[in-house]
Design a protein around this ligand. Structure first.
Ligand SMILES: *Cc1c(COP(=O)(O)O)cnc(C)c1O
Length: 217
């Protein structure tokens, strides 16, 4: 596959959904990928990337930022409160706001810095015990809590259970976002980003379909 084909598929899915081309942001998920592959995608002109670990991003992106202008980084993995300050310095968006303590920490750091990345609240739509995220039943209250802290809540994010039809989860997330007056929807990965776009995704997080399989070995 690769960047060109995925861009084309994103564009086609957006058109088919009757949506404006610029209404969907493609986040190229570069976690674990070798620098050479990331550099190739940068050279093709892409600038929006996702990482799931603060440490890994801190090791790899300052160097690329010296050589390529206009890079935007999205944190899509869990954030420990003791890494929140570092994350705020590296990322333009955080998709994993998943508990009150983290929201309060981000709020106090944002007050101090006078700026804050765009935030997405991660919702555990499948109510999976091992998975991070706010439960659907608690989401409205948590959105209100984040707003009361003056946090810039851009939208909601979900990672559907691997063995379930993702569309059901995308539709649920879209419904929860709408009822909270949020228009940002971070949903859809390599296997299901077109379905996510059909259901309103504004941010799709695509890794292996752009870069190839990740090698954890
Ligand atoms: C790794 C990851 C992705 C990308 O997954 P692919 O299947 O490689 O597209 C998307 N979202 C999150 C939260 C991830 O951790």
């Amino acid at each position: 596959m690769g960047l060109k084909e995925i861009n084309a598929r994103v564009r086609r899915a957006t058109e088919e959904a009757g949506r404006a081309p610029e209404s969907v942001e493609l986040i190229a998920v570069s976690k674990v990928q070798p620098d050479a592959r990331v550099e190739a995608v940068l050279r093709e002109g892409h600038r929006v990337f996702g990482e799931n670990r603060v440490q890994e991003a801190a090791g790899k992106w300052p160097g690329f930022r010296e050589r390529f202008e206009g890079i935007a980084l999205h944190l899509i993995g869990p954030l420990q409160t003791n890494k929140a300050r570092q994350a705020m310095g590296l990322f333009q968006a955080i998709h994993s706001v998943d508990r009150p303590k983290l929201a309060r920490t981000l709020a106090s750091l944002a007050q101090e810095a006078g700026t804050c990345p765009e935030l997405f609240i991660q919702v555990n739509t499948g109510e999976e015990p091992q998975k991070a995220g706010i439960l659907p039943a608690d989401t409205d209250d948590f959105v209100a809590e984040c707003r009361a802290l003056d946090l810039p809540v851009r939208g909601l994010m979900c990672i559907p259970p691997v063995d379930e039809e993702p569309s059901l989860h995308f539709a649920l997330l879209a419904k929860m976002a709408a009822r909270n007056g949020l228009d940002g929807l971070s949903m859809g990965m390599s296997g299901d980003f077109e379905q996510a776009i059909a259901l309103g995704a504004t941010h799709v997080r695509v890794g292996s379909a752009i870069f190839g399989e990740r090698d954890y070995g």
